[in-house]
Write a protein that binds this ligand. Sequence first.
Ligand code: MOS
Length: 694
Amino acid sequence: MTDLLRPHAVATPVERLDGPAKVTGTAPYAFDHAVPNPAYLHPLQAAVARGRVTDIDTRPAEELDGVLAVLTHRNAPRLASDEDAELAILQSDEVAFRGQFLGAVIAETPEIARQAASLVRITVDEQEHQVQLRADHRQLYVPEEVNPTFPTDTSQGDVDLAARDAAITVDERYTTAWYHNNPMEPHSTVALWQDATLTLYDSTQGAHPVRTAIAPVLGLDPEQVRVIAPHVGGGFGSKGTAHAHLILAALAARELPGHWVKFALTRQQMFSLAGYRTPTIQRVRLAADHEGRLSGIGVDAVEQTSRFKEFAEQTGIPARTMYAARNRRSTHRLAPLDVPVPSWMRAPGECPGMFGPEVAMDELATACGLDPIELRIRNEPHVDPESGKPFSSRNLIACLRDGAHRFGWDGRDPTPRGRRDGRWLVGTGVASSTYPVHYIPGSAATVRYLGEGRYRVEVSATDLGTGARTVLAQIAADALGVGVERIELGIGDTALPVATVAGGSSGTISWGSTIVEAARIFRHEYGDNPSEGDEAAGTTPENPAAERFAMRAFGAQFAEVRVHEDTGEVRVPRLLGVFAAGRIINPRTARSQLIGGMTMGLSMALHEESVLDPRFGHIVNHDFAEYHVAANADVGALDAHWIDEDDPHVNPLGAKGIGEIGIVGTAAAIVNAAYHATGVRVRELPVTLDKFLH
Ligand code: MOS
């Protein structure tokens, strides 16, 4: 169903249309919007992980000059719905996690709000809490489904039997750490409640999804809520769902009609209020013959959720579809803890869920005496192992071969500890990557002729810094058969036609296909010589091929790792990713997405880890001084390539998503390279230096 057969703007490296506004500081982020009569909110937070508030003394705060209001569960209005327990704040005296909102101070300046908040005395009757994930947690339970709607457990054949009878087995436990999304722009919202309408300048991955989530909580019709988000400084999933700060700001705005209430989470507050990636404990089993042909694949994952609201990460999903094997199983178990609710972080499911299996594949290659690329090629399935459907396109092998060539893999001696440079042990490693094609229906777009060859195209999409604004303009230009400079694009506003969330690497393909449809209808109705004001609308076209095919992007990640023999210091001088993701709409922004994902994968492998204090239930390294995100000095030569992949089935653009696949497999490639360098197999992320010192 590919419509853009002869692309012009598409597939060219158009520079970001918002680049000048970004670098000159004129692109308004949520908190930047100049508003009359601002008020500033500072939250009150729980200092214990579980308990009941027995007293809140707000008088010292209320007596401070410049304080406009103090909200607690005692005076906050009843919410219209408590269905989403994360959003149902200030409705009772219960404390469900440390850092939970217990109230807010709103004042004329941020400084007064913060000082006043520090004067509020909160007394809590503390209860015993559980905050540590353990594989043998006594209350492990089986969720009904895993994110978003996958079956919790799947089984074909008998993995236990396959493992017992196999010539070679790998049966190991792998763990990934607790990670926090840390976009540059903290979660921020600016709220005005006036004439029964709530207006928000918000930092979000979806203006319409935010409105849909918060309107029922506040007892409003969606049409009474307007959300505006023209520029967003990253999200990585943490702004893909509505968090409680939106409700706190809205309640404050309702208390103070006519005031714009400004609320930006501090970096520290983000560590308890903006979601995070659950730690995972994965038992991975591979059963194979001497030639490395898999007869069994098993992944049993244990993860955490909060006790008050469930989030079940789909860690076992990639193992269901990655390699051929007659016997397979995947399971998910959740430990309910007194912690904030986990949520999406770049490639939920795929990212942690490819770590264990892709390290296990490396262990199997070693056990079989096989090159790890050859092992993967031998286990390439002819159809999707889970559904039995053919893949619309699957070019994992092409990525592995192309990457091997570019990286200089051929002739690699597989023996660990075989290469050194002075005191540095040097190794190389590889891992596969994959991410599903999420083509999401439900968006709408309009095309209006402005005269003089110019068109206005509107869809309430979000540009998180990914380049979506630029890429959508390219798609609109080709769909209308005009130059990119003729397109004026409107995005990020619920006053525009509805759009789905910027999540699941779905944005470009879903919104872009919607624009293609609107442009097709426009040309059908008005031809090539429209009159000023002519307008047409379209919705996301259905893709009947989605029923017939399994659709995924694939990739291969290569890493060179150096480990210092004396100190254990780990460096990654080289990372290479080769991807097969359908048509690449903009090579410039695509490359940024892919190397950005790979950098985040490097960061996950070596640096990032949210360290829990089990006594109090909070993350102790809750700032950039101690939660280290890879910086320039941590990143060596980094390169991303893609193969020409022509997939006529995925959508009218022939494109797959690229926002998330870059992070998938990177950590496994680094661990595999570290093993090759040192002979030490690390199965617990992050790969810190102590793991090499015996
Ligand atoms: Mo992304 S984690 O799908 O918002």
